[in-house]
Design a protein around this ligand. Structure first.
Ligand code: 3HC
Length: 289
């Protein structure tokens, strides 16, 4: 399979990341089949795309015609079987190994044998996901960053069994999406999350210890380290549940206490304060939801 053979990209999961991936794939001219397990989830995903396209048209980066063409190239489905239409599949479902394994096992049966199955996992083992299929050499990590339409990086993750050919194809696909890929080994957190999420975690500890208010901690990192947004606002952007999942993986896989999640993160997840997507996290977004 070569990049020129790819006409339709399948995206499994229409959350923040899946919808962003569908958007950049459709913007690059691919047809997209976007799948989630409920109409509500699919509608929410399409709304995220419409909002993002709205921003881009307002800035003059896209015309109205281009934006409506992009939306038309995306078809929604509840049926995973529809992935048989895809020439390349990117999974962006929940960050739980059991969920990923089940989806990849199904995709392996549904998709043509030459189709590459990529995962947007932010920290789980690509090697382990690949082992749930009969095509481990065709399973690769494509880790995008939030907001997907804005941030250039895609980490291309080579599992122990991923072939060089599959890595090259994923690299080409990311470039065709207008992204700047970097290849990385299949180690927990890859490059970015291994460094970024512990930084965010330290901010959560500082908050718990009352070193400063949420506003002060974030403002300090913006003014003192030139961060575009503060670490606590970044938790809210990424999703506190998602960031906690990454920390749990780093903590478990490395067995190193430096990755111990700040207890407040668990409390916030239990309270449903997941960040922007639920209207409240370290900051309040209820007026914008
Ligand atoms: N779609 C399209 N455009 C968007 C957008 C979206 N979803 N979100 C923001 N933009 C555009 C805005 O329109 C604006 O455009 P302009 O420069 O042409 O005016 C530009 O991006 C900047 O946006 P804002 O002015 O609203 O606000 P900021 O300057 O604070 O930028 C941000 C927003 C791009 C989110 C910036 O704060 C940022 O880069 N923050 C850091 C994000 C980050 O670190 N992400 C990585 C998270 S880790 C991750 O995703 C991995 C996962 O596995 C955990």
């Amino acid at each position: 399979m070569e990049i020129g053979d790819i006409g339709t990209v399948g995206v499994v999961g229409a959350g923040t990341m899946g919808s962003g991936i569908a958007q950049v794939a459709a913007t690059a001219g691919f047809k997209v089949v976007l799948r989630d397990i409920s109409d509500a989830a699919l509608d929410r995903g399409i709304k995220i795309i419409e909002r993002s396209l709205g921003k881009l048209t307002k800035k003059g980066k896209l015309s109205e015609e281009e934006a409506s063409g992009i939306l038309k190239r995306i078809s929604k489905t509840l049926d995973l079987q529809e992935m048989k239409r895809a020439d390349y599949v990117i999974e962006a479902a929940f960050e739980k190994m059991e969920v990923k394994k089940e989806i990849f096992g199904e995709l392996d049966k549904i998709c043509r044998p030459d189709v590459v199955l990529a995962s947007n996992t932010s920290s789980l083992s690509i090697t382990e996901i690949a082992a749930s299929t009969s095509r481990p050499e065709k399973v690769v990590g494509m880790h995008f960053f939030n907001p997907v339409p804005v941030l250039p990086l895609v980490e291309i993750v080579q599992g122990l069994t991923t072939s060089d050919e599959t890595v090259e194809l994923a690299y080409e696909v990311a470039k065709r999406f207008g992204k700047s890929p970097i290849k990385t080994k299949d180690q927990p957190g890859f490059i970015v999350n291994r460094i970024l999420v512990p930084y965010m975690n330290e901010a959560a500890f500082a908050y718990m210890e009352g070193v400063g208010s949420a506003e002060e901690i974030d403002q300090a990192m913006k003014w003192g380290a030139n961060m575009p947004i503060g670490p606590l606002a970044l938790f809210d952007l990424v999703g506190i549940d998602v960031a906690l999942d990454v920390l749990e993986v780093l903590y478990r896989e490395f067995g190193d206490p430096k990755f111990r999640p700040a207890p407040i993160l668990r409390q916030m997840v239990r309270a449903g304060r997941l960040g922007r997507k639920t209207g409240k996290g370290f900051f309040d977004y209820t007026e914008r939801v």
